[in-house]
Design a protein around this ligand. Structure first.
Ligand code: GLN
Length: 429
């Protein structure tokens, strides 16, 4: 039954698999050598369950997706005031590698463009570049829940070809934004960009942000909620380079892309997404990654401005009024991530009941993604010789033709009674 979500993701990936628009980044020679066909999508639920599809084993360099995490570490180590004195939070409307600062403050406009990211790397505490990189490396790995590795070739390549970034760092030093040796800040920055991730690492990093700084898979708090709030805010306004406006209206999730082909997207409180496809559009964003995120948002209703409530509130209680009968009581808004949790919980319990009673009488709102998952669940139960009853007095799930149609009850007692009779008759399915 957990394959319901899997099927959604497989289908969305397949829908865009044929798209071959865009080109590999080639200003770092190593990036031009990757397989252009690599295509992967991973999604982590708020409790750390990961779904993945496509080439999720492929490792690629994190590149600019590192920027929000370094910014978060700077905030975490120095506090917001000290970081704000060096790096702004305004969208720049310029390319990510623009050699520019804010006209009046003479500081980088935001931490998601190279100027701001190099400044953020220089703020990470440490006596040497190695110490600062180690701190970053540990921090990112805490988000991913595993030790990330450095791609030494990409690092060497970035270093050998990074004159534009050198120009930025020396400009920042001349304005007094960078303390210390600009080459040291650059070295940290080149290394942070060269850490290798998979789409699944990105989904786990995203969900750690979605959970306010706690990695749900490891249970470890990596940073605090105030840092996450600030980081996500900057991702909303500046995460997708100068395509931020388009992205926010069409996809509606704080996100960050990188020239390695990755995108990380966060639905606060609910889930984290990682995608990979290395062909980029003119703005430097992964073509298929953007499309996949757009489809996910549209089909699963993930836009953050249309999400009213926290999915963790969905499952209110689970109990067993009789042997072989389990009641799943839901409340709040039943949207994709709530339905995902419900389907996965019912699936996990499937050896423990003959009849699952789903009580939606306290649900305020339900969307089409959740509705279709519930009918998929009902069909799936039947194929396992079990049955799902629905307590839906207001008819919010039931639509003509829905799989739940014949098993709708007005209250839990009626459903339990019907389940008892069916079990007494020796019914199965
Ligand atoms: N390392 C790359 C650079 O500094 C990162 C850029 C990116 O992903 N947009 O140019």
């Amino acid at each position: 039954m957990a394959q319901l979500v899997q099927q959604y993701l497989d289908r969305i990936l397949a829908e865009h698999a044929g798209v071959s628009d865009g080109v590999l980044a080639d200003y770092i020679p190593e990036l031009a050598g990757v397989d252009p066909e690599g295509f992967a999508l991973s999604l982590s639920s708020a409790d750390g369950h990961v779904y993945e599809t496509g080439s999720t084993a492929v490792e690629f360099t994190i590149q600019s997706i590192s920027k929000p995490f370094t910014y978060a570490l700077a905030l975490d180590s120095l506090g917001q005031a000290a970081v704000d004195a060096r790096i702004g939070v305004e969208p720049s409307g310029e390319a990510f590698n623009e050699i520019s600062v804010d006209k009046t403050s003479k500081t980088p406009k935001n931490p998601m463009i190279n100027a701001g990211a190099i400044a953020a790397a220089s703020l990470v505490p440490g006596a040497t570049a190695d110490e600062r990189f180690d701190a970053l490396h540990d921090f990112y790995s805490g988000f991913a829940g595993r030790r990330l590795e450095l791609d030494h070739d990409v690092y060497a390549s970035e270093k050998a070809t990074g004159n534009r970034n050198r120009a930025i760092a020396y400009m920042l030093a001349s304005f007094g934004v960078l303390e210390g040796d600009p080459d040291e800040a650059l070295d940290v920055y080149f290394r942070q960009c060269s850490l290798k991730v998979t789409s699944t690492d990105l989904a786990r990093m995203a969900v750690t942000l979605a959970r306010g700084g706690v990695n749900p898979a490891t249970g470890r708090r990596v940073t605090n909620a105030a840092v996450v709030k600030r980081t996500l805010s900057v991702m909303v306004t500046c995460g997708m380079y100068d395509a931020a406006g388009d992205w926010v209206s069409a996809v509606g999730m704080p996100a960050k892309s990188g020239v390695g082909g990755g995108i990380v997207a966060v639905l606060p409180g609910q889930l984290g997404i990682g995608t990979y496809s290395p062909r980029l559009d003119a703005k430097g964003n992964s073509v298929r990654g953007v499309r996949v995120c757009r489809s996910l948002s549209e089909q699963l209703g993930l836009h953050f401005l249309s999400v009213a409530r926290d999915s963790r509130a969905t499952l209110r209680a689970v109990y067993e009024p009789r042997d072989n009968v389990r009641v799943y009581e839901t409340h709040g808004d039943l949207l994709f991530s709530g339905a995902e949790l419900l389907v996965r919980t019912v699936d996990r319990d499937r050896g423990r009941f003959e009849v699952a009673i789903l009580d939606v009488s306290r649900v305020d709102d339900i969307d089409d993604a959740a509705r279709s998952m519930l009918s998929g669940m009902s069909a799936e139960l039947r194929s396992q010789n079990k049955v799902g009853y629905l307590v839906d007095p207001d008819g919010i799930v039931i639509r003509t033709g829905s799989d739940f149609e014949q098993v709708r009850y007005l209250c839990v007692d009626d459903a339990v009674e019907a389940a008892e009779q069916a079990l007494r008759r020796g019914f199965a399915g």
